[in-house]
Design a protein around this ligand. Structure first.
Ligand SMILES: [Zn+2]
Length: 279
């Protein structure tokens, strides 16, 4: 009994501090840096949308135990931040987009959409979907780790260097796949890949309207545009409706490719996207 108590005591002394993130790709970045020194918890679970997910009681328990929350600017954060900070007033917020220049959401039917189903007000939040920006996100995470756990400075610096090298290799791989391809436009239901398109000189064309399926009139316009551009790939995301994308693909004789912008295996999603566009 005494040994068990001792073990429990020792365990609680060495219990790892919890770092919170919003989405799985952030967990991937942060875990590359922290090694085993911290526990990283994601608030938005696999398959849920960062636009519509609402906190569960189990999330509040996690929030209570966390020390830092690394934010990335997804709509979920704005919608829930007061609930999160009132649940844990000691939680410190870290903005991981501080080194990144944000661009407006790609305009398709409106300058920006601000809809209750998918609230993107003006600036495009999908910064994690471009390798060059992922390095900047990791650097802001590194800043914080060096400040809060300076004892492991060398480990964090080395991990950051390794992550940056791997990510540059990924960037080179994607860039190489896309060299010389003639058709640089792609259709996608939700415009998640604006920064990806910007990084590789591609054109992203969104199907959705304000986070919802487009009206027939707009669908026909899109179809004409896609035909004129010779688009043969339609990208859909698991978090969004698929009906209009499938209709467009059928009319174009195009292939539908599912890419998850919120997968933990972030590299795989970006490689699959590059493959879809280049083939
Ligand atoms: Zn989005």
């Amino acid at each position: 009994m005494r040994i068990v108590l001792l073990l429990l005591f020792t365990f609680s002394l060495y219990a790892k501090e919890t770092l919170l993130v919003s989405i799985l790709p952030q967990k991937y970045f942060l875990e590359q840096l922290v090694g085993n020194n911290f526990q990283v918890k994601t608030l938005i679970p696999p398959g849920a949308s960062p636009a519509t997910y609402s906190l569960k009681p189990s999330d509040l328990q996690i929030i209570k135990k966390a020390a830092y929350y690394f934010t990335i600017g997804v709509p979920f954060e704005k919608a829930n931040i007061s609930r999160i900070t009132s649940t844990n007033p000691n939680l410190k917020l870290i903005d991981t987009t501080k080194y990144i220049r944000l661009y407006p959401m790609q305009a398709h039917h409106h300058e920006a959409h601000d809809h209750e189903d998918h609230r993107h007000s003006g600036l495009d939040p999908h910064v994690w979907l471009a390798p060059n920006l992922a390095i900047q996100i990791a650097r802001s995470m590194l800043d914080t780790l060096l400040r809060i756990d300076a004892a492991h400075k060398d480990l964090y610096l080395n991990n950051y260097e390794r992550f940056a090298k791997e990510t540059l290799a990924l960037d080179k791989e994607i860039y190489t796949k896309l060299i010389g391809i003639k058709n640089r436009s792609f259709l996608v239901f939700h415009p998640s890949f604006g920064y990806f398109a910007r990084s590789y000189n591609l054109e992203q064309i969104a199907i959705e309207q304000e986070g919802k399926e487009p009206k027939i009139k707009d669908l026909l316009k899109l179809l004409q545009k896609a035909k004129a551009k010779g688009i043969k790939k339609v990208i859909i995301e698991p978090q969004f409706p698929k009906r209009s994308a499938k209709i467009i693909a059928q009319k174009l004789g195009a292939k539908v490719v599912v890419i998850d912008p919120l997968a933990y295996d972030w590299q795989k999603s970006l490689k699959s996207l590059a493959d879809a566009i280049s083939h």
